[in-house]
Each structure stands twice: as structure tokens, then as C-alpha cells.
Design a protein around this ligand. Structure first.
Ligand code: UTP
Length: 235
């Protein structure tokens, strides 16, 4: 069975606590699960950022602020695992080895963050490498990878297909401007480059897009491959 690791942004799953996409994603993920081994790494979203700001305001160090962010990602992950019921391993994994081992059950493996000074994109990329995944998918709130930040540069264009080196170049230049928001974290991009695992970046605001991509091979985002060549099939 093919293996896919998803980095599911907290802001995608929980635009707000009240209006979240947990049930919608649980539906889609359960439908895919019988055909593909899924690992889902859930992010912290706005709630994590609010907790981290509160931690900084009271003078806590960055590492403790990160620990608090990790707790929020695990809280989000626990809600998704609960919503998935029998389709998922009920315990949220707290390290890569446990996540990898839990996949032997054939159920969806759900986890959040693991260690300070990174984001859940990096967790997902390392898990993809550890699990020998065929693909990593980043579900985010932009529709793909752009040549530059489209908000700052009107000439920025979306790339349908790019190499892992091109992705690193784009991210390297983006990080020069303070506050720039990159689609994936740098550690994740480097891990994917060394492992050669392809990355699909798609807009996660419509959960059905994931099903279209994984089950029908139809997607509108950006595909990052080792050499920038289009593979015969996504999976
Ligand atoms: P996220 O991965 O959610 O970061 O982790 P993000 O970039 O805000 O992503 P979205 O908005 O969910 O898409 C939230 C915070 O938790 C801490 C970091 O402080 C991060 O900014 N964290 C997360 C860690 O320190 N280590 C981890 O392994 C994961």
C-alpha cells in the first residue's frame, strides 16, 4: 500500500475553534484510509500563535513558548484522532518511532509537534523519510508555491512543477524579508530534498481537494520533485 504523510496546517483544520473543518477532514481521511496508509501531522494554527504570544508577553523563553505551541498541536491532533474514531490509532504519537510503529495497525496515524525550534512541516518531512513515504502533502492556505511572495511582488507566478533545489532557492530569498510567510519550513524542504520524496502543496481549505489529488490524481497546486520532472503518476 502506498504511504502518504500529510502536514495539515492548524489554520486549515481550525480557522476558528467554533468553525473548524475537523468533521469534514475526518470524512475525507476515512474514505482515503482503506486505499492509502495515511500519517497526519496536525499544526497549531491561530490558537498556538495566541498561546505563544501570551507566553512571550509574560517573559517566558522561546523554548518554553515552543513547548506550549507543541501542546496546542497535540490538542488539535487529539480532536482529529477522536473524530476519526476506529479509522485512526487512538493515541496521538509523540515521536517519529512511535508513529512509524503505530502504522502497523493499518489505521491512520495522527500526531502533532515533537520538539522545540521547528514546525509541524519538519515533523511531517522527517516522518515521511522514516516511514519511506511515497509522497508528502502540505495542506495550506495558499494554492501553491509562487516564485516570490504574491502579496509583496505583483509579478510573482505560481509554479505547477518545480525541483527541490528551486523550492530551497525560493525559500532562501523569501526569508530575507522580515515577516515573509513561506509555504513550508526550511528544515522540511531540506529533508525532502535529501530523501527525494515528492511534495505536493495544495490549498487545504476545501478538504475534497485532498481526495481528488490522492484518489484521482487531480490537483491544482504545486508539485515539488527531486529533479523537477513530472512523474508518470502522483502515486
Ligand atoms: P505549527 O507547525 O502549527 O506552526 O506549530 P505554524 O507555522 O504556525 O503552522 P500552521 O499555522 O499550523 O499551519 C505551531 C508552533 O508550535 C511549535 C512552534 O513554536 C510552532 O511555531 N512547534 C511545533 C515546535 O516547537 N515543535 C514542533 O515539532 C512543532
Amino acid at each position: 500500500m502506498k504511504k502518504v504523510v500529510l502536514s495539515l496546517g492548524g489554520s486549515i483544520l481550525f480557522p476558528t475553534i467554533e468553525e473548524n473543518r475537523v468533521a469534514a477532514y475526518a470524512d475525507v481521511l476515512s474514505r482515503i484510509a482503506g486505499r492509502i496508509q495515511l500519517f497526519v501531522v496536525v499544526g497549531g494554527g491561530g490558537e498556538a500563535r495566541r498561546y505563544i504570544s501570551a507566553a512571550r508577553e509574560i517573559g517566558l523563553d522561546e523554548a518554553l513558548a515552543d513547548e506550549i505551541g507543541i501542546l496546542v498541536t497535540r490538542l488539535n491532533a487529539t480532536l482529529l484522532a477522536g473524530a476519526l474514531g476506529d479509522s485512526a490509532v487512538p493515541v496521538v504519537a509523540t515521536n517519529h518511532a512511535d508513529a512509524y510503529a503505530a502504522a502497523a495497525s493499518g489505521k491512520i496515524v495522527v500526531m502533532g509537534g515533537i520538539t522545540p525550534a521547528q514546525t509541524t512541516d519538519a515533523v511531517a518531512a522527517v516522518l515521511a523519510e522514516r516511514a519511506g513515504a511515497d509522497l508528502m502533502v502540505n495542506l495550506t492556505s495558499v494554492d501553491g508555491v509562487y516564485t516570490a511572495d504574491p502579496k509583496a511582488d505583483p509579478s510573482a507566478r505560481k509554479l505547477d512543477l518545480l525541483s527541490s533545489d528551486q523550492l530551497l532557492d525560493i525559500m532562501g530569498s523569501a526569508s530575507l524579508s522580515a515577516g515573509a510567510n513561506t509555504v513550508i519550513d526550511m528544515v522540511a524542504a531540506k529533508v525532502l530534498k535529501r530523501s527525494g520524496i515528492p511534495l505536493l502543496v495544495i490549498d487545504g481549505r476545501n478538504p475534497g481537494s485532498l481526495e481528488d489529488a490522492l484518489l484521482a490524481g487531480r490537483y491544482a497546486g504545486s508539485l515539488v520533485t527531486k529533479d523537477g520532472e513530472k512523474p508518470a503518476a502522483l502515486l
